[in-house]
Design a protein around this ligand. Structure first.
Ligand code: ATP
Ligand code: MG
Length: 788
């Protein structure tokens, strides 16, 4: 064993210790959530540096998000100091971008290639599908985008697809043509989409062994976190990186030790993962990568970790019980020594707003009791759930942020400004140019754009080159001048790029094109906000230069393109975080609210038709539960609106899998049933005991209702039982109508006055100012209310 400083091993259990100290070609650490996998990976890196077994530059650590990478870097820094600087700790995507930018020439790309995000890819596909008029064959943008992504994750390309295409199937033939044009379009634009980043790196390594050898020699230790979520392309990349180097690729002057054959052995590979947390099958993640690791990498040492250091026993028991319902998995026995802890709190709201109100009230109560906002997180299954939550959080004045919702960089004005930057960095990017051609308005309409495009196609150049030729196209004098002017601005700013920091480039573009001025000149108050957002982007570029004094425009664009959802999370910022379950992976919070635990949502309805879909949803639920350290809330609503429709929601089948004695229901689905049937009955008014403040969750009426239904042998029966349990409870007020000023009585909130009614029956919503319970929004049709 290497002589590792004991301080580095402090507090580790024997298995963790072994995982840090083991040396050999391949190490697999498999363990449940919260058992210290990521911590062990970090200490392992630190130990390699501290013992000088490896230079920092010889280490490549792959994490799932940029945030996780930053965190890991910081932790290694704490352990070994500034030595950590030269290490590559990054996501698959950013590692690949770094490699591709350096080796772009070999791939026939220019180093300033653009990285297309999902929206860019969709825009390109939309054009192609329209051009080919193949939407009639059932080729939609999402279906084609999904299929292409899947193919690329399997390392497929146009040629390989063409070999297997079904020539008798017009849709298949059409898909091939779309795929071909999409690939050509990217290439002409000097652009790569997200999936290309990985796949192209693999192709690069396979086509140019001497290039691969550069990286194989450089990285002597490759470590991968969340290995269960790697897809085939990522797996192939790891394989390429850790391959032994053949003698003919070893340079004569190498300082790396060669083996008996004159070659260099492959890098040592460490992967950690948990097959119970595999939640990216829909993106091609292949659980087999972890299951078959030992076969793929001989001489693998496998280490299991069994102690959980994150959660209380109650939370762990719930997680274990839930995941035990997945068959075909390896039994894991996780234990903790921190004690049982608090029970899980359950809550059922009438509506998503009701549920959100509960969440907000609890957050507020916990905060008043001393808990920090930043230690609380609210998880959702789909982004649309955040609307109700945001609404209520805003009203309750609770600071929050959304990780991975509508992101800053997805706003139209930011995309515009970025398109300007992209166009001067990569003039071949037609998509970027089309976006800004007439933004701000310069009188360049679709017909003019088409004329320019036709000219570009004729002479075989990017669109940008045609701007100079505007005079030859027989366009009107005004529009000709507008085009020429735009061309001049872009050319002149492009000339600044190599020597100017991004902030200067952006300022020049915004000022000379009149973009911000145009926003400021309108009377639309939204435009004012947009102008501010653009200013915000400008300050980002300045901040970027502060962090990277030598950073060029292309580095800034790379950084922006790779910002993953989880990057928006800023733990220090003192806000509650809202995020999807997918984003939550690997993170931990004292208090976790898992919302919308309903059929159709979790498990999500799209999973029902997929093989293994329910099992994957269950893993997602498991991931959510295991993020909680001390407190876990499970909540649901009885009705939920999606896409403008309000429908009855059923409690998720997964709720039944949590042992009932672990949940303390503040308001169970059953409690609602009692209340709904007993509406006219007297209810203890919230103010009756003289204590004000609806915030005290404990004062919510609690019924002694057992949520334990007999465990259903079949999913169908489970569902039937839940359905009948719940549908009985949905109240229907018929065509009760309310108007501003009406007084009502609510089963929970007591009396109040209607202040506004919006929407049409049956979806009409009343906003009610209650005498003691504050202001609430209620769906009139089903709320437990009577008109007074
Ligand atoms: P996940 O599967 O969710 O990614 P993980 O296995 O990567 O979890 P970590 O995030 O590394 O687990 O660790 C979970 C928590 O336990 C962290 O707060 C970590 O600091 C703590 N922890 C890990 N090992 C120990 C230990 N030996 N002693 C005390 N705390 C530990
Ligand atoms: Mg982890």
């Amino acid at each position: 064993t290497p002589a590792v400083d004991e301080a580095l091993l402090a507090g580790l259990n024997p298995q963790q210790r072994e995982a840090v100290l083991h040396r050999g070609p391949a190490l697999l650490i498999v363990a449940g959530a919260g058992s210290g996998k990521t911590s062990v990976l970090t200490r392992r890196i630190a130990s390699l540096i501290q013992t000088r077994e490896a230079w920092p530059s010889q280490i490549l650590a792959i994490t799932f998000t940029n945030k996780a990478a930053a965190e890991m870097r910081e932790r290694v820094q704490q352990l070994v100091g500034g030595a950590a600087d030269g290490m590559w700790i990054s996501t698959f995507h950013s590692a690949c971008v770094r490699i591709l930018r350096r080796q772009a020439e070999a791939m026939g790309l220019k180093t300033a290639f653009t990285i297309y995000d999902a929206a860019d890819s969709r825009a390109l596909l939309k054009r192609i599908i329209k051009e080919l008029e193949v939407d009639t064959l059932g080729l939609t943008v999402p279906s084609v985008a999904g299929k292409i992504s899947k193919l690329k994750n399997e390392l497929g390309d146009v040629d390989s697809y063409a070999r297997g295409v079904n020539a008798d199937d017009p849709a298949d033939v059409a898909f091939l043509e779309v795929f071909r044009r999409y690939t050509d379009g990217l290439r002409r634009a000097n652009a790569l989409d997200f999936d290309d980043l990985i796949a192209e790196t693999v192709h690069l390594f396979r086509a140019f062994p001497e290039v691969a050898a550069l990286y194989q020699r450089r990285f002597r230790h490759v470590l991968v976190d969340e290995y269960q979520d790697t897809n085939h392309a990522q797996y192939a990349l790891i394989r390429e990186l850790t391959r032994p180097i053949l003698p003919q690729h070893v340079p004569a002057d190498t300082r790396t030790r060669v083996d008996a054959t004159g070659g260099i052995p492959g890098a040592s590979l460490t992967v950690v993962g948990d097959s119970d947390q595999s939640i990216y099958a829909f993106r091609g993640a292949d659980i087999r990568n972890i299951v078959e690791f030992e076969r793929d990498f001989p001489e693998t040492r496998v280490i299991l970790l069994e102690q959980n250091y994150r959660s209380t026993q109650n939370i762990l028991d719930a997680a274990n019980a839930v995941i035990a319902n997945n068959f075909d998995r390896q039994e894991k026995k996780l234990f903790t020594t921190v004690g049982a802890g608090e029970k899980i709190t359950g809550f059922t709201g009438y509506t998503a707003y009701d549920e959100a109100q509960f969440v907000a009230d609890e957050i507020q109560a916990l905060h008043e009791a001393g808990a920090a906002y930043k230690d609380m997180a609210v998880f959702v299954r789909v982004n649309s759930q955040t609307r109700a939550l945001e609404d209520i959080l805003i009203r309750s004045a609770i600071p929050y942020r959304i990780a991975g919702g509508t992101k800053f960089y997805e706003r139209a004005e930011i995309k515009d400004a970025m398109a300007y930057l992209i166009q001067v960095a990569n003039p071949a990017d037609d998509l970027a140019l089309r976006r800004i051609m007439n933004t701000p308005k310069r009188g360049i309409g679709p017909a003019t754009e088409a004329a320019l495009q036709a000219h570009a196609d004729r002479i075989g150049t990017p669109l940008r080159e045609t701007l100079r030729d505007a005079g030859q196209l027989g366009l009107g004098p005004k529009v000709t001048k507008a085009i020429l002017d735009l061309g001049v601005i872009l050319d002149e700013v492009e000339a600044m790029v190599p020597t100017s920091p991004p902030a200067e480039v952006l300022t020049e573009l915004l000022v000379r094109t009149g973009y911000v001025e145009a926003l400021r000149a309108t009377r639309d108050p939204q435009d004012e906000v947009r102008a501010e957002n653009v200013e915000e982007l400008l300050s980002f570029t300045k901040e970027f230069t502060k962090r990277n004094p030598d950073g060029r425009l292309i580095d800034f664009l790379t950084e922006v393109a790779l910002v993953a959802a989880a990057d928006d999370i800023d733990d220090a910022s003192g806000t509650v975080t809202l995020m999807t379950l997918h984003t939550a992976k690997g993170l931990e919070y004292d208090t976790v609210f898992l919302t919308g635990i309903e059929e159709e949502l979790l498990p999500h309805r799209i999973s029902a038709g997929e093989v293994g879909g329910i099992a994957e949803e269950r893993r997602l639920f498991y991931v959510g539960i295991t993020r909680a350290k001390k407190r876990l809330y499970l909540s649901l609503a009885m009705t939920r609106s999606q896409f403008g429709d309000t429908a009855v929601a059923l409690p998720s089948r997964f709720l039944q899998e949590v042992p009932p004695e672990l949940i303390d229901w503040r308001q169970s689905p059953g409690a609602l049933e009692l209340r709904a049937t007993n509406l006219s009955g007297r209810r203890r008014d919230a103010s009756a005991d003289g204590r004000p403040g609806r915030r005290d969750g404990a004062r919510r009426p609690t019924f002694s209702y057992s949520t334990s239904l007999p465990p259903g042998p079949s999913a169908a029966r489970e569902k039937r039982e839940w359905t009948s349990a719940v549908t009985n409870t949905v109240r229907d007020n018929g065509d009760l109508t309310l108007a501003s000023g009406d007084r009502i009585r609510h089963a929970d909130f007591g009396e109040g006055r209607v202040v506004a009614v919006t929407g049409q029956a049956p979806k009409a919503v009343a906003e009610v100012q209650f005498d003691t319970a504050g202001r609430k929004r209620l769906l009139i049709k089903i709320a437990p209310i009577e008109k007074l």
